[in-house]
Design a protein around this ligand. Structure first.
Ligand code: PEP
Ligand code: MG
Length: 747
C-alpha cells in the first residue's frame, strides 16, 4: 500500500474483516493480521503490542521480529518507543529508530536490523489498548498517507480487541473487562459498599468497524449528523432564555456539528473502509487523547464538548440510547464520568455507592452524595472505560479505593470490613440516647450538618441534638432556576417540623468559590475561593438575602429561629447583615406575619482575621461557629479542593490548635456560644482534640456522631489537654503522634 490509495486501504480492511470472521483462535487471528498489514504496507515488520495489565505492554503478534519473542517481550508504559506511543497516545514516525529519543533495544526481538519505525496507539474512547507498529530496514519516514492508513487499521484492531477477537487459549490474551482491578481515587464520602456497576451512561458497542459500501456509510453518517444538528438547534431554541453557560456549551456543539474539518476527517475514514460508527469513534478517540495532553482549561472543555457530541452521534448511528434497556441492579453502584446533583438526587438513596472518574470533593454531586450518606470515590481514573454494567464492585470511600471484579481474597477482606462497620453501627445505636459526658465530666453537644430534606431523618437515627449547620445553598444548587420565596418558606417550614423543636442553625446562602449556581451569571475571578462569595455576595446584592431572611421568618411562624452568616471576615460584615435581619423583621411585623419566638443571629468563623477581631465583636455576635474547612484552607494557604495540597497540613498542627485555643478564650471572655462545624468535627481523633482545646459543640455528618461520641465517652479531656501541652512544649509540629500514643495506652 505504499501508494496509500483509498481502495488499497479498503482492500486491507476487507481482508482484516475476513480474518476477524474466521473461526481461528485469538492468537491465529492476531498472527494473520500482522501478516496482512506487513504485506499490504510493504514493510518487513508488523507487530501488535497489547496491554497485559494497565501498565504492561506485551508483544502479542509479529511478522518479521523473532517469533520466540512473542508473549515474552514486555514493556512498561513509557518504556522504549512502543511504551512512549502508548503513554503519550502519540504517533512516532522515525527513519532512524535506534537514534530516536526513548529507544530501547530488545535483543530477543532482533529489531536492530530495522531502521524505520512507525508506531500508532491502539485505543478506543480513551481506553489505551495497545500499540501497532510497522518497521522496515531502509531508513525512510512513512508518508502522511501511510500514517493515516495505519491509524485506520489501528482503529479496527482496537474494536476487535474490545470485541474480544484476540481472546483465547494458550498465550493469547485474557478477555478485557474480566480481570480484577484495583483503582485508586479520592475520598468523596466515607463508608464501604458492595454492589454491582450501574453505568450512568452505558458504553456504546460497535460491532461493525469495517464496511464495504462507503457510499452507504457516508449516507448513514450524513443522515445521523443531520439528525444531530436538528437536535442541537432544538436544544438551543429551548434554552434561549436559560442559563448562559449551558447556552455556550450548546453553541460549541453547534459549531462542532457544523465543523467541516470534523466531517471531512470522518468522510476520509469511511472512504478508507471504516463504518460510520468506527469513523466517529476514531475521531473521538483522538480528541480524547488530545484532551489528556492539553492543560488549557478552555480547550479541554471544548474537547469535552466534542466528546459529548460524538457520543450523541454514536447513539444515533447505533440506535443505542442512553437507556441501554438494562435493569437497575438491586444493589447499584453508580459509575460515571461526572453527574449533576439533580440527576443524583433522582437516583436518591437507591444507590449503594458512587464512583466518579472526575468529580471533586467539593463538587455539587459530592455534596449531594454526602447529604445522602452514600460512599463516594472521586477522581477514579479509567473507571468508566474499565467497568461494565453489572460488574461486581466494592467501594471503599474511607480510603478512596475501588475494587472492580474483585477476587475472592479481596471480597472476604472487604466483607469483614463492612461487617465490622455494621457491628460498630450497632454499638453506636446503643449509646445514641446517652448524653455526651467525658470521663472527667465535661458535657458536649453533638449536632449534625444537613442541607436537604433527605438529611432530616438522620436527626433521630444518629442521636444528634440538633442541626448545627443547615447549608441552605444546596436547595439552590440542585435546581435549574432560582427557587421562589414561597418554595423556600415551605421547605424551611418542613425542616423545622422534622426537627421537632430541636435547634436548627440555618446558614444563609454560601455561594461563590466552588459553589456556583447554575442559573447565576458566572463571574470570572482569578481566585474564586478568595473572591466574591458568601456574605460578600449577600451584602452587595441583598435581594436574594432579603428573600431568604423573609422565607426563614415566615417558615418559623412563631417558632424559635437561628440564622448564621457564612464567611464573615470582619465585624462590620456581621453588623451589616444583622441590620438586614432587623429590617426584615420589622417589615414582616408590619406585614402582619408572626415573628419568631426567639431569634439568634451568629456568624461563621472561616477566616483567620475574625479570630483577631475587636473583643466588641465577640460581645455583639449571637454565637460563632468555626468553619474548619475554610479556616484551615486560609490558615495554611492550602486549597481545600486541590488534591495535591489539601491533606498536606494536619488539623492537629500546633499552629492550628493554637488558633482554636485563642478563639475559645475570646469567646469565653464574652460568653459567646461557640461550635465547630467543619469536616474535622466528624473525625474522632480531631474531634477529641478540639474538645480538649475547649470546644463544646461539634457539628458533623450524622454518620460520624456514633464514632465521635463513643471516643469522647471513653476519654479524659484534662489528661489529653496535658498531653497536647507537653507536645507543644517539646516543640513538635503536630500533636498527633503524642495523642495517638496516649490513645493506644488507654485501650
Ligand atoms: C467550612 O468551611 O468548614 C464549612 C462548614 O462550610 P462549607 O464546607 O460549606 O464551606
Ligand atoms: Mg465554609
Amino acid at each position: 500500500m505504499a501508494d496509500g490509495t483509498e481502495s488499497e486501504s479498503r482492500k486491507l480492511l476487507g481482508r482484516l474483516r475476513e480474518a476477524m470472521a474466521s473461526d481461528d483462535a485469538g492468537q491465529a487471528r492476531l498472527d494473520k493480521i500482522t501478516h496482512l498489514i506487513a504485506d499490504s504496507m510493504g514493510t518487513e515488520v508488523c507487530s501488535i503490542y497489547l496491554f497485559r495489565d494497565s501498565e504492561t505492554l506485551e508483544l502479542c503478534a509479529t511478522e518479521g521480529l523473532q517469533p520466540e519473542s512473542v508473549h515474552q517481550t514486555r514493556l512498561r508504559m513509557g518504556e522504549g518507543l512502543v511504551g512512549r506511543v502508548a503513554k503519550y497516545s502519540k504517533v512516532i514516525n522515525t527513519p532512524d529508530a535506534p537514534s530516536a529519543k526513548g529507544f530501547r533495544y530488545m535483543p530477543e526481538t532482533g529489531e536492530e536490523r530495522f531502521s524505520s519505525f512507525l508506531g500508532i496507539p491502539v485505543q478506543r474512547l480513551g481506553e489505551k489498548l495497545g500499540v501497532l507498529v510497522v518497521q522496515s530496514r531502509d531508513a525512510r519516514e512513512f508518508s502522511a498517507d501511510e500514517v493515516y492508513a495505519l491509524e485506520v487499521v489501528a482503529m479496527v484492531v482496537a474494536e476487535m480487541t474490545e470485541l474480544g477477537a484476540f481472546v483465547g487459549e494458550g498465550a493469547a490474551l485474557s478477555p478485557l473487562h474480566q480481570q480484577s482491578v484495583l483503582l485508586r481515587g479520592g475520598t468523596g464520602q466515607e463508608g464501604a459498599a458492595e454492589g454491582h456497576v450501574w453505568l450512568h451512561e452505558p458504553r456504546v458497542v460497535v460491532t461493525n468497524p469495517i464496511a464495504d459500501d462507503p457510499h452507504r456509510e457516508l449516507e448513514r453518517l450524513n443522515e445521523a449528523v443531520e439528525e444531530l444538528r436538528v437536535g442541537v438547534d432544538k436544544m438551543l431554541e429551548m434554552s434561549q432564555n436559560g442559563d448562559k453557560e449551558q447556552l455556550q456549551v450548546l453553541e460549541a456543539y453547534r459549531m462542532f456539528a457544523n465543523s467541516k474539518g470534523w466531517m471531512r476527517r470522518m468522510e476520509e475514514d469511511i472512504a478508507r473502509g471504516l463504518s460510520a460508527e468506527a469513523a466517529v469513534e476514531k475521531e473521538q478517540s483522538q480528541a480524547r487523547a488530545r484532551m489528556e495532553q492539553v492543560n488549557d482549561a478552555y480547550l479541554r472543555e471544548r474537547l469535552a464538548d466534542l466528546d459529548d457530541l460524538s457520543n450523541r452521534l454514536l447513539r444515533i448511528l447505533t440506535g443505542q440510547g442512553s437507556n441501554s434497556g438494562a435493569e437497575l441492579p438491586a444493589d447499584p453502584i453508580l459509575v460515571a464520568r461526572n453527574i449533576g446533583p439533580g440527576e443524583l438526587l433522582e437516583y436518591g438513596r437507591s444507590l449503594k455507592g458512587i464512583v466518579l472518574e472526575e468529580g471533586s470533593v467539593g463538587s455539587h454531586a459530592a455534596i449531594v452524595a454526602r447529604a445522602l450518606a452514600i460512599p463516594l470515590v472521586v477522581h477514579t481514573a479509567r473507571i468508566t472505560t474499565e467497568a461494565l454494567n453489572g460488574d461486581h464492585i466494592m467501594v471503599d470511600g474511607d480510603q478512596g479505593i475501588v475494587h472492580l471484579r474483585p477476587d475472592d481474597t479481596v471480597v472476604t477482606a472487604f466483607r469483614d470490613k463492612i461487617a465490622m462497620q455494621a457491628d460498630a453501627q450497632e454499638r453506636y445505636a446503643s449509646i445514641r440516647d446517652r448524653k455526651t459526658v467525658t470521663l472527667d465530666g465535661k458535657e458536649l453537644s453533638l449536632v449534625m450538618n444537613a442541607g436537604l430534606m433527605a438529611d432530616l431523618p438522620s436527626l433521630d437515627s444518629s442521636g444528634a441534638e440538633g442541626v448545627g449547620l443547615f447549608r441552605t445553598e444546596l436547595q439552590f444548587l440542585v435546581r435549574n432556576q432560582m427557587p421562589k420565596r414561597s418554595e423556600l418558606v415551605s421547605l424551611y417550614g418542613r425542616v423545622l417540623d422534622a426537627a421537632h423543636g430541636k435547634r436548627v442553625v440555618f446558614r444563609t446562602l454560601d455561594i461563590g468559590s466552588d459553589k456556583v449556581l447554575p442559573y447565576m451569571k458566572p463571574t470570572d475571578e482569578p481566585n474564586p475561593a478568595l473572591g466574591w462569595r458568601a456574605i460578600r455576595v449577600g451584602l452587595d446584592k441583598p435581594g436574594v438575602m432579603r428573600m431568604q431572611l423573609q422565607a426563614l421568618i415566615r417558615a418559623a411562624n412563631g417558632r424559635p429561629l437561628t440564622i448564621m452568616f457564612p464567611f464573615v471576615a470582619q465585624a462590620e460584615e456581621y453588623h451589616m447583615a444583622r441590620a438586614e435581619v432587623d429590617k426584615t423583621i420589622e417589615r414582616e411585623r408590619k406585614l402582619g406575619h408572626v415573628l419568631p419566638e426567639t431569634l439568634e443571629v451568629g456568624a461563621m468563623l472561616e477566616t483567620p482575621s475574625l479570630a483577631f477581631a475587636p473583643q466588641k465583636f465577640f460581645d455583639d455576635v449571637g454565637f460563632l461557629s468555626v468553619g474548619g474547612n475554610d479556616l484551615k484552607q486560609f490558615f495554611f494557604a492550602a486549597d481545600r479542593e486541590n488534591e495535591r495540597v489539601r491533606r498536606r497540613y494536619d488539623t492537629l498542627n500546633v499552629s492550628f490548635l493554637s488558633l482554636i485555643e485563642r478563639i475559645v478564650e475570646r469567646c469565653a471572655i464574652s460568653g459567646t456560644p461557640l461550635s465547630f462545624c467543619g469536616e474535622d468535627a466528624g473525625r474522632p481523633i480531631e474531634a477529641l482534640c478540639l474538645a480538649a482545646m475547649g470546644i463544646r459543640t461539634l457539628s458533623m455528618r450524622p454518620a460520624s456522631i456514633g464514632p465521635v461520641k463513643s471516643l469522647l465517652l471513653r476519654s479524659n479531656l484534662d489528661e489529653l489537654r496535658k498531653i497536647i501541652s507537653d507536645a507543644r512544649h517539646r516543640g513538635e509540629q503536630s500533636v498527633r503522634p503524642a495523642v495517638m500514643a496516649w490513645l493506644k495506652q488507654q485501650s
